[in-house]
Design a protein around this ligand. Structure first.
Ligand code: ADP
Ligand code: MG
Length: 708
């Protein structure tokens, strides 16, 4: 019944149906309680614990009416995925009966025994206490799946001493920091109406879909999320015929279900299209407040995976599931929105006259230049190491693309000290009478910049598809808060504000112009040019992690109360450990596949060839067996290269895994194990091109990406 009901339900009925949202709260909470809760949500006032029981009660009734049996505190530990522990609502039975209970205490605070979550030494296992605390700025929601209906309560996760053990706590701290400083900037320009400024974020999510039965035949996909072997098929993405191509039925019915699931959970899924690589797609929601956007992106990732299973497919969120074709990223669109509707990143039609915008822009340019290493670090994850700098992925060097119009304004400011005009977009003429003339944007798009200004927002494109967007936004918010603060400190004291702001913009732009680059970020010349400009080029996660604990980073994060030194050190530890663990799994998976699947298959093939040579020779001594002989020689040579490379990989992996952890171990995996993996892959991929397809022990790239 439920199924067919929801089939006919339209989007407006569906949207937010499973969310304990503002409308439901207004409906179900006593007015005074609703008001108090609203104050916390909107003004950041401290939560009044006395209202918790009432809210919990209303939440429970609402959830149970919709079939919920359990609730869970839903949190985001440093694993990068979400965690939950389910409790049913039932009370201790009396007279053999139970009632359904849920108290304010249970809503506000959870205490998962969380000793197995990564804490980077912040919490020794003998002090396993960790607390989850209700984040009322992100609505509770109901998840319906095979387990049943579960009430999910978004929470932050902290240690006994209040140290952040998750991604949400520092994010919320950074939101407070940028709010405070952004308001100072607005006040300087006479804005007295905005009471709050929040980062707005829209994350475009890329993903691959493959057939589940084929997926199950690839241990690399199962264990690591990406292929570790695989020769390129005759066709790749060179025809660009998949990008924006017609969505096929199987994929379309999947997207349809994904959208419905997301809409019910209040996630404003908006755009869907095929991406550059075969089997690659994208989903983008409408932007929201950053905290919600982060939670919703986690829900998007979970939903993409869950629904894929129902359609006989597997969704790959890995940044580079297939070598040689496009990887998957997550464009993090970021702007600053006041509660009065101001978008601080809106240049207007004549940016040269928009002094507030120019100051904001100058501050962001400065922030990104000063903390390029941190921003790069925030996008580092194990999978992204395979993607950054390769085909259709932004380079690992941070630079900013502003576009012609803003670049020109900055040129004017820096050369003559005055900006007197803004380039206009003009009209786009198609040369066809019946087509309307279109207004052109003042700036064309650029696809290769890691940090591009796109109209009224910045788009940070380095983030990996499988990663949480919490860290990149935490860094962005904090570095911009710092630049705002430094500007406000100067300007609030100025006697002549107009003069002071003009000088400050000019000086800031002159000092940090080197980070602006409008050219092709994928070119080799840019690498050399960036080096000449002194921009950091942190090519891998292992090289990026130290940025977290520099004195510069500690000073920044401590000043704005986003991370303590101990929290930063623990995060670096967690990242090294995560890297080493993932690299170890990849290496061991390769060893397993090479030893138990590929080498045996090649031996079978060479044995067949040898058999054929003998048989043909016996039957007909004058027959030409040169083809079989050549193939046999080539396959045998590659087979022996494989064996040598396999032995080397086993040795390197054993050595690395015996090390004591931390940076040194991660460096061993990056510097020694990763090249040994490449060395093993090379002969195996060549063998795949030779060996009889019937004998090859797993589906090929072609099977995976062209036959979904
Ligand atoms: P693209 O052409 O790059 O796909 P879109 O204009 O479709 O760009 O926007 C991509 C994402 O950016 C969407 O999630 C959209 O909601 C979000 N977005 C649009 N405007 C803003 C803004 N002012 N601040 C933050 N995100 C925004
Ligand atoms: Mg985009």
């Amino acid at each position: 019944m439920e199924q067919s009901m929801s089939e006919v339900m339209n989007v407006t009925d569906m949207f937010g149906r499973n969310v304990f949202n503002d409308a439901v709260m207004r409906d179900r909470l006593p007015k005074s309680v609703y008001k108090k809760l609203k104050k916390t949500i909107e003004d950041g006032a401290e939560l009044d614990p006395s209202i918790a029981d009432v809210v919990a009660h209303a939440m429970k009734d609402w959830a149970i009416e919709r079939g919920a049996t359990h609730y869970t505190h839903w949190f985001q530990p440093l694993t990068g995925v979400t965690a939950e522990k389910h409790d049913s609502f039932i009370s201790a039975p009396s007279d053999g009966r139970v009632i359904m209970e849920f108290s304010g205490k249970e809503l506000i605070k959870g205490e998962p025994d969380a000793s197995s979550f990564p804490s980077g030494g912040l919490r020794a296992t003998f002090e396993a206490r960790g607390y989850t605390a209700w984040d009322c700025t992100s609505s509770a929601f109901l998840r319906e799946d095979a387990i049943g209906v579960t009430l999910c309560i978004p929470t932050a996760f902290c240690s006994y001493k209040g140290e952040a053990l998750d991604k949400k706590t520092p994010l919320l701290r950074s939101v407070q920091a940028v709010n405070e400083q952004a308001l100072r900037i607005l006040r300087l320009f006479g804005n007295t109406t905005a009471k709050r400024v929040t980062p707005s974020v829209g994350a475009e999510q890329e993903y691959f879909l493959v057939d589940r039965a084929k997926y199950m035949q690839r241990k690399d996909l199962i264990y690591t999320g990406r292929t570790l072997f695989g020769a390129m098929p005759p066709k790749g993405q060179e025809l660009e015929d998949h990008y924006f191509g017609v969505i096929r039925e199987r994929i379309g019915s999947y997207m349809n279900e994904v959208n419905k699931e997301l809409w019910k959970l209040g996630v404003p899924a908006k755009t869907q299209h095929n991406e550059a690589a075969p089997a690659q797609h994208e989903l983008a929601p409408i932007y929201e407040e950053v905290n919600l956007a982060v939670d919703h992106n986690q829900i998007v990732m979970e939903t993409l995976k869950k629904v894929a299973g129902r359609h006989g497919m597997a969704c790959l969120l890995h940044e580079k599931p297939f070598a040689g074709v496009n990887g998957s990223g997550k464009h993090d669109n970021w702007s600053l929105t006041g509660d009065d509707g101001t978008n601080m990143l809106n240049p207007g039609d004549t940016p040269h006259e928009n002094i507030q915008f120019l100051l904001v822009l100058a501050c962001i340019i400065k922030a990104v230049d000063v903390h390029a290493d941190l921003l790069r670090e925030s996008a580092a994850d194990v999978g992204n190491d395979q993607r950054l700098g390769s085909n259709e992925a932004p380079p690992a060097i941070i630079s900013i693309f502003l576009g012609e119009q803003l670049e020109d304004v900055i040129d004017q400011l820096c050369s003559t000290g005055e900006a007197t005009h803004s380039k206009k977009g003009g009209t786009l003429k198609t040369g066809v009478n019946i087509l309307p003339d279109l207004d052109k944007d003042a700036t064309d798009r650029n696809r290769t910049s890691p940090f591009a200004f796109t109209g009224n927002k910045f788009e940070f494109r380095m983030v990996g598809a499988s990663d949480s967007i919490a860290s990149p936004n935490t860094v962005l918010n904090t570095i911009v808060a710092e630049a705002f603060k430094e500007a406000a400190d100067i300007l609030e004291k100025a006697d002549d504000f107009d003069m002071a702001v003009h000088d400050l913009i000019k000086k800031t732009l002159a000092d940090h112009r080197r980070i602006i680059f409008n050219g092709n970020g994928y070119s080799r010349e840019w690498v050399a040019e960036a080096e000449r400009r002194g921009l950091p080029n942190l090519g891998s996660m292992v090289e990026a992690i130290p940025a977290l604990t520099t004195e510069k980073a500690v000073k920044l994060f401590e000043e704005f109360g986003v991370f303590t030194r101990a929290e930063l050190e623990s995060r670096a530890e967690v990242e090294y450990e995560g890297y080493s663990k993932a690299a170890n799994i990849e290496a061991r998976t390769m060893i397993d596949m090479a030893s138990k699947q590929i080498i045996p298959a090649v031996i079978k093939y060479t044995t067949q060839l040898a058999g054929s040579i003998c048989a043909v020779r016996n039957a007909c001594p004058e027959a030409d067996v040169s083809v079989q002989t050549e193939l046999l020689t080539e396959a045998s040579d590659l087979l022996s290269s494989m064996k040598v490379a396999l032995a080397a990989l086993i040795e390197a992996t054993d050595k690395a895994s015996a090390m004591g952890g931390g940076r040194e171990q991660a460096e061993a995996y990056h510097g020694v194990v990763a090249p040994a993996m490449e060395a093993l892959r090379a002969p195996a991929d060549r063998l795949e091109m030779i060996v009889d397809k019937d004998l090859w022990p797993m589906p090929s790239y072609g099977d995976l990406i062209f036959e979904v």
